[in-house]
Design a protein around this ligand. Sequence first.
Ligand SMILES: Nc1ncnc2c1ncn2[C@@H]1O[C@H](COP(=O)(O)OP(=O)(O)OP(=O)(O)O)[C@@H](O)[C@H]1O
Ligand SMILES: [Mg+2]
Length: 136
Amino acid sequence: MTLRLNEDFPVNEEGDIVMARRLVREFALQRGFGSTDITRIVTAASELIRNIYVYAGKGFMRVSFNEEVVRVGITLTFSDQGPGIPDIAKAMEPGYSTGRSMGMGLSGSKRLMDELTIRSEVGKGTTVIIVKWLSK
Ligand SMILES: Nc1ncnc2c1ncn2[C@@H]1O[C@H](COP(=O)(O)OP(=O)(O)OP(=O)(O)O)[C@@H](O)[C@H]1O
Ligand SMILES: [Mg+2]
């Protein structure tokens, strides 16, 4: 399985998480990020892919490069058609988990990235978008 820029990478099984991490690392390297930022991006991606796998069973990841006049960056989108999140503010709180887990995936990802946006609708699914800008 390969991941092309702007194309959906399916997440269907636990093994896909390992592959997705590797692909995100390669793209971040290609975009010019240093090792510290790459670790942050891969860690956040890993948490969000795991959420797809755990809560929705399956979904997609998509990677794209941001090109603005004054800055460039990377955007990763994670979407699923799972149960959705009833209270997004609560889900963003460190330590909040509906499972028996740490509840650090979403809050930790927000901390590691420059931007994190969640769209979610109960019964429809969830989309999480994270952005990291390349510092000059
Ligand atoms: N894709 C998703 N679909 C449905 N619910 C989700 C999704 N992602 C997160 N959630 C909900 O948000 C809560 C918080 O997610 P978060 O990743 O922060 O913590 P966690 O998965 O419970 O624990 P951890 O990630 O630390 O192992 C989850 O317990 C779950 O209820
Ligand atoms: Mg999680």
